[in-house]
Design a protein around this ligand. Sequence first.
Ligand code: FRU
Length: 496
Amino acid sequence: RTLLAGIDRFFAADVRFGRRPYTAEALTELRAETAPDPHRPTYHFSPPANWLNDPNGLVYWNDRYHLFYQYNPGGPYHGTIHWGHAESDDLVHWTDRSVALTPSLEGPDRDGCWSGCMVVDDGQPTVVYTGADGRKQLPCIARARDDDLAAFEKHPGNPVIESPPDANLYATEEWDAEFRDHEVWREDGTWYHLVGSGIVDEGGTVFLYRSPDLTEWTYAGTPLVGERDETGGIWECPDFMDFGGEQVLAVSNLDSVIGFRGSFDGDTFDVDRQVTFDHGNFYASQSIPDGDRYLSWGWIREDREESAQWDAGWSGALSVPREISLDDELSIRPAPELSALRSDHESVDERSLDPDDDNPLADVEGAHLEFDLDVTLESADAFDLVVRASPDGAERTVVRYEADGTLTLDRRDSSQSDAVATEPQSIPDVPGSDPDRIRLRVLVDASVLELFVNDRTALSSRIYPTRSDSLGVSVRARGGRVQVHSLDVWTLDSAM
Ligand code: FRU
């Protein structure tokens, strides 16, 4: 690890002279070099090469969406974290930009520019991020030098908060305290700032600070402390959404993203109920307001061995932008803009499907597909959608909806490699008004899979078929009849 850190530092120094793998040109070349990997998604954002984790600093600025992300230029592993950068004018097609934030050789972010957000302060986009330095994690800010958000000037007074509040925080072998990731917004002339953390013997928490100017912060307590056994001991990546009458706070608890619905009065967050945004590999989500919706992205982590990630030369993908809105229920679906990528289309008319019927999707195949289907289990025990199937069926991934309301992603036969995760992932009690009926939207993008269920929750995952002909799809009724109300499949074009 020390050797790797040394190599990282060498690269980190290199960036000052504009050499690869940091510049937009170099990154675009690297993306082309790693493109032949069959597990590389083409419409989900993934790093040009090397490592990606959390989405950061999302902002719509100067007619463009900007996406930053935790990036290690040193290789496909977590270390010496920079902020990678891409931009889009339609939320669908992304262009690589040069690396935007680099750890300083000396300073409070010398060991990494960790996760954070972007706010616009008096017309100037400003990043609030975690500086990692030795045993410390502390908030730093950096102001945009130009309208392309290509370069940022770090505030000379960083870190802008000198130490975590005097609460009973976790100290580990590595860290004095877990105190990181930032959600900042402005209300009535005051900046509000949530930092993720956890209180020993209590549970995950967010600390609240207020400021008139983003640099002088006053500690204002803990709006919410979770129960460690229920929602985890440490919260990272706080993400606050304000829907007017109601607020939502999402946090990542070292395992998954959990959401709280309730009300925030400026001091305290009163929880009404908990929501699950995603039941799979989705992590460290971040959202931004966009008209009357929120757009949210999360990191969909790998599920294959590290050595396979080294061989591939890249690691990590982001979800597609998800549209989150709140009426009575929280709704979660792929941003409608994605339909711009649709090309070949196959649809099945309203029909009933019996267990011994021929596969109505026998003509469809692909590794980059979108499904939108609406079915009712009449007398059936279950309905299966099978994707990435080899002609002999030896490799296949099964999405199964059962009459007891469980949706399962069965990955046992997804890959013939034994260096990948195979455990099933499931949504135990699918939310919806009619338990027999399900609307499923499924995005298949090489190794990335996202399932959206009844527009109410999601499950994202990773699969690694080994065979180039594992492209088949099918639908099947099990143990009885299924009514298909609608079933559409599109091939999706590349977004990069
Ligand atoms: C979440 C996280 C954040 C941290 C970042 C470091 O995945 O651990 O808490 O800021 O990643 O890369």
